[in-house]
Design a protein around this ligand. Structure first.
Ligand code: ADP
Ligand code: MG
Length: 325
């Protein structure tokens, strides 16, 4: 994209229409950084026009590989604008300013990974079931549209104060199914996605594998193989038996057979043997789970812990408390 590109200067009308021509600095106040990624940072902000708190993902498209970054920005904005589901983070608007796209979304208090970080231990089974239940609703919707998320993990599953679970981060998602591109977060990648590096394709059940890895991450704080470097982990996933839940420590209750069975059915190496999205939604582990109540309780439990943290740690986790202050 040319430097200092403004929406009025974009030739393709479909792309120009994605962006508001207004100045975002005039509309959003009180920006505070709450997340960081490869693209830039995510901010908490107050939307003066609508009188509500929002989250803004700022993605820069200048410097090295500006053209590639611009393509990624368009892809992510287009992807999010075309989705509407109670378990997908709600899109508000996009702006361009100083070679940066401002992607405005509903505000969530943080990701499931943020909560696990504060709690310093895995979640309870009912909490994992609630998060998986809602994530699967979002995946079922995406898959029905012929799309694949490709980066399902606790860091991309957000929670809001009402206890709703919202799948987010469509920066790696595919508009087509089957797909061939090698993309995702190594520890969470399905064997067939890793093997597609050479040759071959994969479909929506790659997300069900990542859902199984995410369930282990929520239970144990880290995905399997987390101590390995990314290359070794990829090799390991492709070559070895699928991971399972680790035996619980002495004194803790052991995992239910429904949970063990759910993880096992997500983590079949052969996609044809793996649960479909519909089967996963009907699995006994998630079927009767009820998200809002359990998640509201989980958030309250986490916030109580943040309040007890020493000053230094509290500052790190302050983002979870922004609406309470
Ligand atoms: P990346 O592509 O770098 O992974 P994400 O979209 O996943 O970017 O955002 C990075 C982090 O920012 C998330 O893990 C989360 O902690 C925070 N974040 C993203 N979107 C929101 C939101 N709508 N509300 C609150 N926090 C968010
Ligand atoms: Mg992410």
């Amino acid at each position: 994209p040319p430097q200092g590109l403004k929406p009025g200067q974009i030739k393709d009308p479909k792309i120009a229409a994605l962006f508001s021509t207004k100045d975002p600095d005039a509309r959003f106040d009180d920006l505070k950084e709450i997340g960081h990624g490869s693209f830039g940072a995510v901010f908490y902000a107050f939307d003066k026009e609508r009188g509500e708190t929002v989250a803004i993902k700022k993605m820069s498209y200048s410097g090295k590989q500006a053209a590639e970054k611009w393509v990624d920005v368009i892809k992510e904005v287009q992807f999010l604008t075309s989705l509407r589901h109670e378990n997908i983070v709600e899109y508000r608007a996009s702006f361009l300013k100083e070679n940066t796209c401002w992607l405005v979304m509903e505000y969530c208090i943080g990701s499931a990974a943020d909560l696990v970080d504060v709690l310093k231990k895995g979640l309870r089974e009912v909490e994992i079931a609630a998060i998986c239940h809602s994530t699967l609703s979002a995946l079922s919707y995406l898959h029905s549209l012929g799309r694949i998320h490709r980066d399902v993990k606790a860091g991309n599953i957000l929670l809001n104060d009402a206890g709703c679970v919202k799948l987010a981060d469509f920066g790696s998602s595919s508009m087509v199914c089957p797909a061939r591109t090698f993309i995702g977060t190594p520890f969470f990648m399905a064997p067939e996605v890793i093997l597609a590096m050479d040759d071959g394709e994969y479909a929506e059940r790659a997300d069900i594998w990542s859902m199984g890895i995410t369930a282990i991450e929520l239970a144990e704080r880290r995905p399997p193989l987390f101590n390995m470097n990314a290359m070794s982990a990829l090799y390991h996933i492709a070559q070895n038996e699928p991971p399972t839940l680790a035996p619980v420590e002495d004194g803790s209750p052991s995992w239910s057979s429904a949970f063990v069975s759910f993880v096992g059915a997500c983590l079949k190496k052969e996609p044809g043997e793996r649960m479909t999205t519909a089967e996963a939604q009907q699995h006994a582990f998630v079927r009767s789970s009820f998200a809002p109540y359990v998640v509201v309780e989980l958030i309250a439990r986490t916030k109580r812990l943040v309040k007890e943290l020493d000053n230094n740690q509290y500052r790190k986790m302050r983002k979870l408390m922004l609406l309470d202050e």
